[in-house]
Design a protein around this ligand. Structure first.
Ligand code: ZN
Length: 63
């Protein structure tokens, strides 16, 4: 049985970069207010604000 790894203490979400059609993981920042990361191909920066109730979504799209 194969499961996705769920590392504890370093929350991340999977994100699809529409610019380069690639997936990557982005991690929560120190303050816990955003998920931040970069496109692995063109280094475009992305930041996702984390709402007051947090988010249960594990997949996002960057356009
Ligand atoms: Zn890109």
């Amino acid at each position: 049985m194969v499961k996705d790894q769920q590392p504890k203490g370093r929350p991340f979400v999977s994100i699809f970069f529409d610019c380069c059609k690639v997936y990557n993981r982005i991690y929560k920042n120190k303050a816990g207010t955003h998920y931040v990361g970069w496109c692995p191909r063109c280094s475009r920066k992305i930041s996702l604000k984390i709402g007051p109730g947090g988010t249960d979504d594990r997949m996002f799209f960057a356009r």
